[in-house]
Structure formats: C-alpha cells, structure tokens
Write a protein that binds this ligand. Structure first.
Ligand SMILES: Nc1ncnc2c1ncn2[C@@H]1O[C@H](COP(=O)(O)OP(=O)(O)O)[C@@H](O)[C@H]1O
Ligand SMILES: [Mg+2]
Length: 248
C-alpha cells in the first residue's frame, strides 16, 4: 500500500549522496512550512543525524520505537533551526532487539508498519535507505509514493539506476526518478563521463535534475549544516529541486 507522502531516497552506488539529498530536502521542505519526518534506515551505520548536526542530541534510535521500548515522540528529534523537521536516527547496531533470537519480524517489516501508522501526522516522510540495498528498497518502495535514486555520472552508478528502476517498475512502484549528484558539466568532464542528454537518452528512469560537485556541499555536510540555505550554486540548485520535486 503506497502512502501519499512517503519518499524513499537511495543511492545507486556508495557515496552518491542519498544522505546529502535527504538532509537537504528535509530542511528545504521544512523551510517551506511542511512537517517532515526523516528516518535514517542505515542500521548500524547511521549518518543522517550527523548531516543534520543532531548527533549530540541522539539518545534513542529507530530500534527503540520499533521494539516498543520507547514512544515515537521520545525518539523523534525536532531540529532546533528547522521547526517542523523531525529525525528518527538509525541505531549503531543492526538488530531490532538486544537478543537477536527475540526478533520475530524483520526491521524492514517493523519500519514499514510504523511508517504506515505515523505518516498521516506529517506532510512528508523521507526514508534514507542503505545504498543499492534491495532488502530495504523493495519493502520500502511498496509504502512510498516515490523512490528517488541518487546517482553519479559513473558507468556503474548509471547501470545500477537502470537496474533499480526496472526492478521497481516490476514491483509496481508508483513513481521513480533519479537525481544526478556530484555532477560535472561538459567542459569539465573531459569526454570521460557522459553528459546529461546522453544519460537521459540511455535511461528509462525520469531525471529530476542535477546537483553539481561543489566543495561547499562537502564542507556543509561535515559541519552538519544544510547547504540548502546557502547562496552558493548547489544551495540554489537544491532550493529549485525541492520545488520541482513538489510539483505533481
Ligand atoms: N554535490 C556534492 N559536491 C561535493 N560533495 C558532495 C556532494 N554531494 C555529496 N557530497 C559528499 O559526498 C560524500 C558522500 O555523500 P553521502 O550523502 O554521505 O552519500 P551516501 O549517503 O549516498 O553514501 C559526503 O562526504 C558528502 O559531503
Ligand atoms: Mg548515506
């Protein structure tokens, strides 16, 4: 059952930028007055808390709410600079329960059921999924109105976009678009990487847009600050992409 406000974000290849895009889209949507829940699904390898500058505030994590140890509002962290933006951090361990034998359902099933229960309380729920991980992508895509795949211009990454897209379509995924991140334009790509027109011709997946490779993005991520509020080019592009994304 696809929910009208759940967006899954996934990288086609490690480091393509799903966490960067999730963090910035979450802040961008909150700035537009939307109530947003961002969930880090990278169990064991969390990073969305850090990208949002909330790492010092993390006390509980996703497994606490999924296992019933804590209430959702004890676990959700509201962003102090972006009212209306809430984060559920991933745990630093992989299992739902301390004792893995206690685990009767998968974390993916538990999370899908949790999101189904809480999604109505938010305008958007953004899920930052582990890179190219079908164990996460396929169950989460069934509750998402859209899957956003983040890719670079590298051959392997683009090939993965194609593969993920066709798998998602087969599963009946409502909408799937991709975003080219770390984008290097025609002048700088020295004929090594394909340009955007070639990529669009080659892939059946719809292109949402491109986010250029820019030092400010890395610097902001490292400092836990969203780039979306900045005047630099990628800040402007992200603001534009969030608005494009909201168009039906
Ligand atoms: N457009 C960009 N320009 C420069 N650096 C970027 C850009 N997008 C992401 N990064 C950097 O690339 C690294 C990987 O990004 P991240 O969002 O963590 O990827 P993923 O979640 O897909 O593993 C991070 O250090 C991030 O700051
Ligand atoms: Mg990540």
């Amino acid at each position: 059952m696809s929910l009208g406000n759940v967006i899954s974000v996934i990288s086609a290849k490690g480091g393509s930028g799903s966490t960067t895009v999730t963090a910035n889209f979450a802040c961008g949507l909150a700035k537009l007055g939307k109530k947003v829940l961002a969930i880090d699904c990278n169990f064991g390898f969390r990073s969305l808390d850090d990208a949002l500058g909330l790492q010092e505030r993390v006390v509980f994590d996703c497994t606490d709410v999924l296992s019933g140890r804590r209430e959702a509002d004890e676990v959700c962290l509201e962003h102090p600079r972006y009212p209306g933006l809430y984060l559920i951090p991933a745990p630093q361990r992989l299992a739902l329960h301390e004792d893995e034998d206690e685990q009767t359902i998968s974390v993916q099933e538990a999370l899908a059921s949790f999101v189904t229960q809480v999604s109505e309380a938010y305008d958007y729920v953004l899920l930052d999924l582990p890179t190219a991980n079908l164990d996460w992508l396929l169950p989460m895509s069934t509750i998402s109105k859209e899957v956003l795949i983040i890719s670079t211009q590298e051959r392997v990454s683009l090939r993965n976009v194609d593969q993920l897209y066709h798998l998602l379509k087969k599963q009946g995924c409502v909408r799937c678009r991709f975003l080219l991140n770390h984008y290097v334009d025609a002048v700088n790509c020295r004929g090594i990487y394909p340009e955007v027109d070639q990529i669009s011709d080659y892939l059946s997946c719809e292109l949402l847009g491109m986010l250029i490779e820019e030092d400010e993005v890395r610097d902001c991520m490292e400092q836990g600050k969203p780039i979306i509020g900045k005047a630099c080019e990628s800040g402007q592009v992200l603001r534009y992409l969030v608005k494009e994304f909201l168009k039906k």
